[in-house]
Design a protein around this ligand. Structure first.
Ligand code: PMP
Length: 423
């Protein structure tokens, strides 16, 4: 194939150097093959949505109000949906006013707007270790320096926030905000305890650090009811990101940010320059859905569906993983975080796993600093429970084979490539 030199190579902005293909998107081609059980993607399983009801509802909406709902709207988003979002957030004990909410193109755009609003190149963002790969991508695109903060089974460790902040300050850096996913962390599956929430807020207040609370999974607790959001304890110290992607459908690309008034003003200006306004049509469709359908019952049925899948994965891991492997036991959300036995490397294992027809995301994708090589993210949201169980069996086989090769060849294990997938 002819190699073409990019004529614009000297022209790109420096920030493009931080833009990389997401590890998850890179896996898509392999993970989507029909013979592969994908424990890689985090696609919400929305097959249970009442598609005929939604179809009729949207059709009626267009007939009744098409010229309005298919036109431009305000940069902050429609008033009615912002009020309805406050009702949704009440499930997590948040008291807010629609004026303090801005609608975004998914919470991913919320992350973009918040980062654009606060970050100059070189500024520091504290982020849980591990952290959501899409947030790390956004932070890199704005040339932030990400400093990871340790977590344990109870979520981020407040004392570690203090230590990380002191280290950043000692090196002359400036922490702009701390990014956290308190509910069913992507990828770790952890849930921040209520006591820790209060401790974290106290530390953040003392250090003057804004908390960015990213919460797409908060209503998808499997074993626990919705937890009080960080924002429910403090309206000034927290910028809260929400989304309809997991509780309704991601294709509408509708999320929101709830922020203190001064921050919100900046976010509206940022939204104006980014998109003029968030998608009007999606907002009206969701607004109608929320007012005509029992969305709480719908979320409860999603929770039941994910419970069965989570249980299939945990059963499969118990049955098939070798001694020395450990994993989290999520109480909700989509993800299990596995730590391989000493000496294993998840990136290296990937080719062998795909030849066993199972895909996962290697842990290094979720760190800005190259850590996570013994970890992998396993998602249970999308495949059938039977496929999830079978996926863990295949993964166990791949790990066993890797261990046998390791025993035969010593530490250097020949890499296998995704192309070697059996037909
Ligand atoms: N934050 C987290 C933690 C996520 O897992 C995701 C989606 N995977 C997002 C934000 C973005 O979601 P959306 O833009 O669809 O709202």
């Amino acid at each position: 194939m002819e190699t073409r030199i990019d004529p614009y190579v000297d022209t790109y902005a420096t920030r493009t150097m931080g833009m990389k293909a997401s590890a998850i998107r890179a896996l898509f081609a392999v993970a989507n093959r029909p013979e592969v059980v994908s424990l890689a993607g985090g696609m919400p399983n929305i097959a249970d949505l009442p598609l005929d009801v939604i179809g009729t509802m949207i059709g009626d909406l267009i007939k009744a109000r098409g010229p309005q709902i298919m036109n431009y709207g305000s940069a902050q988003g429609d008033d009615r949906i912002r009020e309805q979002i406050c009702e949704v957030m009440r499930e997590e004990q948040i008291e807010a006013h629609g004026d303090d909410v801005i609608i975004t193109c998914g919470s991913q755009q919320g992350l973009d707007l918040v980062t654009r609003t606060f970050i100059d190149p070189g500024d520091v963002i504290l982020a849980e270790a591990p952290s959501y790969v899409g947030a790390l991508g956004t932070f890199a695109a704005y040339q932030a320096r990400v400093v990871h903060v340790a977590m344990d089974e109870e979520g981020i460790i407040p004392e570690a926030v203090r230590e990380a902040t002191a280290a950043v300050q000692a090196s002359g850096g400036r922490v702009k905000f701390l990014y956290t996913i308190p509910n069913f962390n992507n990828p770790a599956g952890t849930l921040l305890s209520v006591a820790r929430r209060q401790e974290l807020l106290a530390v953040a207040k003392e250090l003057g650090i804004l908390l960015v609370e990213d919460n797409p999974y908060g209503l998808l607790g499997i074993d626990v009811p919705p937890q009080p959001a960080l924002r429910s304890f403090d309206a000034e110290q927290v910028v809260y990101l929400g989304s309809f992607s997991k509780t309704f459908a991601p294709g509408f690309r509708t999320g929101w940010v709830l922020a203190p008034p001064a921050v919100l003003k900046k976010l509206v200006l940022a939204q104006e320059s980014a998109t003029l306004c968030p998608p009007t049509f999606s907002q009206f469709a969701i607004s109608e859905y929320l007012s005509t359908w029992d969305w709480r019952a719908q979320i409860a049925s999603f929770r039941d569906m994910y419970r069965i899948r989570r249980d299939a994965m945990l059963r499969g891991l118990d049955d098939h993983m070798p001694a020395g492997a450990t994993w989290t036991h999520p109480k909700g959300g989509f993800f299990v975080w596995m730590t391989l036995p000493e000496g294993f490397d998840a990136d290296q294992l990937m080719g062998r796993a795909t030849s066993h027809r199972v895909a996962f995301v290697p842990g290094t994708a979720f760190y800005a600093d190259g850590l996570g090589s013994r970890n992998m993210r396993l998602s249970y949201c999308f495949p059938t429970p039977e496929a999830i169980y079978e996926g863990t069996r295949r993964l166990g086989e791949a790990i066993k084979e890797e261990a046998e090769l390791r025993a035969t060849f010593g530490l250097t294990i020949p890499r296998t490539q995704p192309e070697e997938i059996a037909p």
